[in-house]
Design a protein around this ligand. Structure first.
Ligand code: GLY
Length: 398
């Protein structure tokens, strides 16, 4: 009798642990649940099928969902790397081979971008596609693409000033440099590691140092656009392009700075970069205009009203950056930044921001803002919001 009871107990405990293990497989912080994974896979399946049914073969890279229509972009749009990048992130989350196959296909269709020199965005384009392929597959197959892309980016380096010129000379600015440009520097570090050529590394350092010196205000918020004189290197103007005002803190710009300086610390271990990242994080966290759910308005200086658009993309970038930043700080700060990142991801994973299965044309997040002053992509689904949300989920999972 005792023996039978003992056997039953063992059987009961075995079943219990199998049940617990399988339900915990995706339950880190109760965010990455099997339900969430199902929503992500079915949404991206829907988006994938829509792309396949598109007759125009040039329309293969989706950027946004506006008024029920998928907006497509050419490979030279600054957001072209985010769809392949999201496919890599979904593969990393699920280990479902179908996403790897698709990620590889879409990444390889981006190869010609390695020669792109018309603006600074090649870091986003090549980093999110080929950079993720290299990280995921641990392959050297695409190394030459990274080095060529970094060479293209370096062609925009203005040695006299020590910055990479973001956009070409136009009627308003002669050498504009935007805070977003911090995101392109990772490509340069990658190229130095592959090639052994420190030129790329040194360009990244000089650009970051000048950004650190010139782009930030007393309160650690950043200007969006700085215009330099190409001859003298003097700062001619401090403006905005996508923000509310020249003196305001455009939400996504603050996130790009946070992410960019966190990467700078990862790559150099120079504590000045870590201090800057911490200052930016604290600026965002303590801002009186940050809504309770931690998803910022499109600009920190806009009037907070019921209908003021939020920018889910800025929140996703911040969350992903915080999950890296928290690994470089002391135990107390680690907890603060990690808990905050989880709070943001939890909000983004709620019904308020995450699309329901079968809606949003397959994109994951609702409520991002591309450029409000240009009346473009307001309250929309945008591919980079999905990308950084997925990256944050992967960083949370590790
Ligand atoms: N880099 C352009 C943007 O963030 O909208």
């Amino acid at each position: 009798m005792y023996k039978i009871m003992k056997q039953n107990n063992i059987l009961f405990l075995t079943i219990l642990s199998i049940l617990l293990f399988s339900s915990c497989k995706h339950t880190e912080n109760n965010i990455i649940t099997n339900d969430l994974i199902t929503v992500i896979e079915s949404q991206y399946e829907l988006l994938f099928e829509s792309i396949q049914s598109e007759k125009n073969t040039k329309k293969f890279l989706p950027r946004n969902n506006i008024k029920g229509e998928i907006g497509y972009i050419p490979t030279y749009d600054w957001t072209s790397g985010f769809y392949p990048g999201s496919l890599w992130e979904i593969y990393n989350l699920t280990k479902n081979e179908i996403w790897k196959k698709r990620a590889l296909d879409y990444t390889e269709r981006m190869e010609s971008v390695k020669f792109f020199t018309n603006n600074h965005d090649i870091g986003f384009m090549i980093g999110c596609s080929f950079g993720n392929a290299i990280k995921t597959l641990k392959t050297t197959k695409y190394d030459a693409i990274i080095v060529q892309a970094a060479t293209s980016l370096a062609s925009r380096y203005r040695a006299k000033i020590g910055v990479i010129q973001s956009w070409n000379k136009g009627s308003k600015w002669s050498c504009p440099v935007i805070i977003d440009n911090m995101m392109n520097l990772e490509l340069l570090f990658h190229a130095t590691r592959i090639s052994g050529d420190s030129t790329y590394y040194n360009i990244a350092i000089r650009h970051a140092n000048n950004t650190l010196k010139n782009h930030f205000r007393e309160d650690s918020s950043s200007y969006h656009v700085l215009d330099y004189d190409l001859e003298s290197g003097a700062i001619v103007a401090r403006n905005t392009h996508q923000g509310y005002a020249d003196e305001s803190a455009w939400a996504r710009g603050q996130s790009w700075g946070l992410y960019g300086f966190t990467v700078m610390y990862r790559e150099t271990k120079d504590t000045r970069y870590l201090e800057q990242a911490v200052k930016i994080a604290n600026f965002i966290k303590n801002h009186p205009n940050l809504p309770e759910d931690q998803i910022p308005y499109w600009d920190f200086n806009v009037k907070a009203e019921k209908d003021t658009p939020r920018d889910a993309s800025a929140a996703a970038i911040t969350a992903s950056a915080l999950l890296e930043l928290c690994t470089y700080v002391d135990e107390d700060s680690n907890k603060i930044y990690k808990d905050w990142a989880i709070e943001i991801i939890r909000a983004l994973s709620s019904k308020a921001y995450l699309a329901e299965k079968g809606t949003n044309n397959g994109f994951l997040l609702k409520h991002s803002v591309g450029s409000l002053p240009h009346n473009s992509e307001i309250n929309a689904a945008i591919n980079y919001a999905d990308y950084y949300y997925l990256e944050a989920l992967n960083r949370l999972k590790i």
